[in-house]
Design a protein around this ligand. Structure first.
Ligand code: ADP
Length: 217
């Protein structure tokens, strides 16, 4: 399986990718997690990426395309299926991805759009806390902030870019740069869409039902 997950910030791409990777024994590549890892290591890439990420801007295509090249070649070498969470985010990135797959002589299985209304995205992002250890995200509860990750017990923190002003900018960037990918993949007959509003398990079930219908194993 070579899957691209599309959807706005907070649409549940990362969460659903975690469910799918267990079920289908594939790996998840989240470019956001990868960049945050580089930031915590204070690497050259991390330092460069942070200045864009903190403002809710995209890291330049040249940087992102360079990273992807190395990683997916590695997946192919290991014959390992994968889910891309957060890549591509622009038309040039999508073109680079398809070009690379063609060079590798393989095909993208599908680009799956998780469709969530904008008000819901804002609600989710502004109340969301992320685990430092496993990147699981959870919403603040009514009684205050959660103290530990419900999945692995790790420490939770609020991402720098999950602040109100940055959220608004990320949504703008999503509209301008990433939404055109919906038509891009539709034209190539690679797009599928599911309703991303509802409980986590319901959304997972919608994806599993779609995969079954499409004969994806
Ligand atoms: P979300 O999808 O919730 O916005 P991510 O963790 O996927 O969060 O991404 C966080 C930030 O990382 C983005 O706002 C952007 O700055 C950067 N980033 C991640 N993936 C890409 C990419 N493919 N191209 C450019 N920037 C990226």
């Amino acid at each position: 399986m070579r899957l691209v997950l599309l959807g706005g910030p907070g649409s549940g791409k990362g969460t659903q990718a975690d469910v799918l990777k267990e079920k289908y024994n594939v790996v998840k590549l989240s470019t956001g997690d990868l960049l945050r890892g580089e930031i915590s290591k204070n690497s050259e890439l991390g330092i460069k990426a942070k200045s864009f990420m903190d403002k809710g801007e995209l890291v330049p295509d040249s940087v992102m395309i360079g990273i992807l090249d190395k990683i997916t070649a590695d997946f192919e070498a290991k014959k390992q299926g994968y889910i891309l969470d957060g890549f591509p985010r622009t038309i040039p990135q999508a073109e680079a991805l398809l070009e690379m797959l063609e060079k590798q002589g393989v095909e993208l299985t599908m680009a799956l759009l998780i469709d969530v209304p904008e008000e819901e995205l804002i609600r989710r992002l502004s109340g969301r806390w992320t685990c430092r250890v496993c990147s699981y995200t959870t919403l603040k509860d009514e009684n205050g902030n959660p103290k530990a990750c419900p999945k692995c017990g790790g420490e939770l923190y609020q991402r720098d870019d999950d602040k109100k002003e940055t959220i608004i900018n990320r949504l703008k960037v999503y509209h301008k740069n990433t939404m055109p990918l919906i038509d891009f993949f539709k034209d190539k007959e690679l797009l599928e869409e599911i309703d991303g509003y509802g409980k986590l398990e319901e959304i997972s079930q919608r994806i599993l039902d779609l995969f079954e219908k499409k004969g994806i194993e």
